[in-house]
Design a protein around this ligand. Structure first.
Ligand SMILES: [Zn+2]
Length: 224
């Protein structure tokens, strides 16, 4: 099991200094087909490790991956973020008693405001869906999967993905669609991922080839 260290973070929006947990190195025992890492021990411990990848300021809800180090924001960015975070509907409802996925949502909002790449925003939503699954928050798991699909599709359309990112992202769009019950969509995207894999022959992607054939077989059975 990984160790969580207590560190202090300074919020780049409101200057609040607060303690937070940071994950050191940790052991995984493989991945689920949507690439969610499996950890030894209880699901709740795995969830805490995943949650430690994102930090949220308890005062203003600013959030990002990591522990805010190296984040330098202009006055205008701070102002816009403050407005955006105050107006956000989910943050308004859940800020008092934050559920385990809230920091990911806040990081998504802040990432949008700061012009983060679609692939990065999709990645945040995917991680949030893993946390929801480990915490058995099913409706929110689906919400985040759907958002991840939208960001990943945008990233694929923009042509901003290089090397292995392209086939891996196409595969994830397939796998998330399958999990959402959209089996036809899923099958189309597994085919796209297979094609992308052939066009960009990289070393060390045999695992992806295996996953694509295994999961498209599953989607075909589920679609029947
Ligand atoms: Zn703050």
């Amino acid at each position: 099991m990984g160790k969580l260290r207590r560190v202090y973070a300074r919020c780049p929006v409101c200057d609040n200094v607060f303690p937070t947990l940071s994950a050191g190195s940790y052991v995984t025992i493989g991945r689920e087909p949507d690439l969610c890492p499996k950890f030894p021990g209880r699901a709740s411990d795995g969830s805490r490790l995943l949650q430690s990848g994102v930090t949220m300021c308890p005062a203003c809800s600013f959030a990002s991956q990591g522990e805010f180090s190296g984040l330098d924001l202009t006055f205008d960015e701070q102002y816009d973020l403050r407005e955006r975070l105050e107006d956000d509907g989910l943050l308004r409802v859940f800020r008092e008693h934050p559920p385990p996925w809230l920091a990911f949502h806040a990081a998504e909002v802040c990432g949008q405001e700061l012009g983060a790449e679609a692939r990065e925003l999709g990645d945040l939503c995917l991680r949030a869906s893993w946390v929801c699954r480990k915490e058995k928050e099913q409706p929110f798991e689906s919400t985040f999967q759907l958002r991840a699909v939208r960001y990943f599709m945008r990233a694929l359309e923009e042509g901003s993905l290089y090397g292995r990112e392209f086939p891996v992202t196409a595969y994830l769009v397939g796998e998330l669609n399958r999990r959402l019950g959209h089996h036809r969509e899923a099958l189309n995207w597994y085919v796209n991922a297979e094609r992308a894999l052939k066009e960009a022959p990289e070393r060390g992607l045999a695992w992806l080839e295996r996953l694509i054939s295994q999961q498209s077989k599953l989607a075909r059975e589920q679609a029947a």
